[in-house]
Design a protein around this ligand. Structure first.
Ligand code: AMP
Ligand code: GLY
Length: 423
């Protein structure tokens, strides 16, 4: 079977790598792909903001399965458009993807279904916002309702800065685009866990858990990023806690979406805060995480395409996922200046030597193949990922590999997995 993957990041590189290993797969196409993906897939250009162009591409390629990586095509309704044309596609419909594309929708959905989440208010105007803010104690979390690539969340230490942030979102001063709705949330404290599940709309199979490192700086300091590294271990969640999360969060979410007439098939990514009063939903994503996917797929022993096929065909109940025991870790190498502005087109060296380290895969996030040279092409450039029997060993392997790699201004956090190591 031919599989087409939409996307161009490290997540899509990991997906392409796992898909290429499937017994069912004869060809992997990635649109638009990147310099690293080109090693495992045929890359074809496409604009991920252009729904019609994506549909035309899939219609002309006629893959047996399309996998949608990023949130934007999902929110544009790529899954609906492909399904209407009889094309098999893995991912939620536009209506189901609202769990990610509207934070207001997600919070109200959680409330309707009694799923644990922090207190919140959804505001449609600056006046409403000022009134609602009085009901919260600082720190107050202020969020843009729509997709904002991680930039739409502001944690405010006073009422005045929360009002200012909310106004900045409404006027477009903060994100460049006006926000229709602003969500105010109670600040939740605890460890964050990325709890991802596959769903066919009815049944759910959890993946192993992971922990992301969102801040740019060591010790979780500085601005938020798309994610600077991830690790996954068996010890992260007790089996009883996994069961609790399935029973109180993942299952009621899938059931609730089906009951509301917008069944969710695809990856349900539950962003959880493990608070003193138990796990609370911070947010949902309607897709695989990045860089979670890089670390998770290196631990997956069973056939990814078989599992995704089962989701598309509504037979996930018959599917079981097998995982390598132990741990995996992904350390992201980023461009100097990220998450602000950065240079691109810088040559990357040492990739072959890094790939020689046992248990290591290097997934490219922002790279291009220019002639015979791999060059930087994004803020997050590489995800150096390793699997091993223990977290300590997985991290040692990832850091040994990253030490071989060089590009001008390369930055990475040296404390990925610090919480897991101290446990
Ligand atoms: P989101 O885009 O909603 O995932 O938010 C980005 C990040 O902001 C999350 O991963 C958390 O680290 C932080 N965050 C979001 N909402 C809250 C909250 N209610 N309390 C504390 N931290 C939050
Ligand atoms: N790593 C966070 C995300 O994929 O949204």
């Amino acid at each position: 079977m031919k599989v087409l993957i939409l996307g161009s990041g490290g997540r899509e590189h990991a997906l392409a790598w796992a898909v290429a290993r499937s017994k069912k797969v004869t060809e992997v196409v990635c649109a638009p792909g990147n310099g690293g993906i080109a090693e495992v897939a045929r890359c074809v250009p496409v604009n991920l903001k252009d729904l019609e162009a994506m549909v035309r591409l899939v219609e002309s390629e006629q893959p047996g399965l399309t996998i949608v990586g990023p949130e934007l095509p999902l929110s544009l309704g790529i899954v609906d458009a492909l399904q209407q044309r009889g094309l098999r596609v893995f991912g939620p419909t536009g209506a189901a993807a609202m769990l990610e594309s509207s934070k207001g929708f997600a919070k109200q959905f959680l409330q309707r279904h009694n799923i644990p989440t922090g207190n919140f208010a959804v505001c449609s105007s600056a006046a409403e916002l000022e009134k609602a803010i009085d009901l919260f104690h600082p720190p107050i979390v202020v969020k843009a309702d729509g997709l904002a690539a991680g930039k739409g969340v502001i944690i405010c230490t006073s009422r005045a800065t929360a009002v200012e942030a909310g106004q900045g979102l409404f006027t477009g001063k903060l994100l460049g685009e006006k926000t229709q709705q602003v969500v105010i949330e109670e600040f939740l404290e605890g460890d964050e866990i990325s709890f991802l599940c596959l769903s066919d709309g009815k049944h759910i199979v959890p993946l192993v858990p992971a922990q992301d490192h969102k801040r740019i700086g060591e010790g979780d300091t500085g601005p938020n990023t798309g994610g600077m590294g991830v690790y996954s271990t068996d010890q992260m969640l007790e089996p009883s806690m996994t069961e609790w999360i399935m029973h109180h969060i993942a299952e009621p979410t899938i059931r609730g979406m089906a009951d509301e007439g917008t069944p969710f098939a695809g990856v349900l990514y539950c962003g959880l805060m493990m608070t003193a009063r138990g796990p609370q939903v911070l947010e949902f994503n309607a897709r695989f995480g990045d860089p979670e996917t890089q670390a998770l797929l290196m631990r997956l022993d069973s056939d990814l395409v078989e599992a995704l096929d089962a989701c598309v065909d509504g037979r996930l109940a018959e599917t079981e996922l097998r995982w390598t025991p132990g741990a995996s870790a992904c350390v992201v190498a980023s461009s100097a200046g990220y998450p602000g502005s950065y240079k691109t087109g810088l040559p990357i060296t040492g990739l072959a030597a890094a790939a020689q380290v046992p248990g290591v895969q290097i997934f490219h996030s922002g790279s291009v193949l220019a002639g015979s040279e791999i060059q930087t092409a994004g803020g997050r450039v590489l995800g150096v990922t390793a699997v091993a029997g223990t977290l300590k060993e997985a991290l040692a392997r990832a850091y040994q590999a990253i030490a071989e790699i060089h590009f001008e201004g390369m930055y990475f956090r040296r404390d990925i997995g610090h919480r897991g190591l101290s446990k």
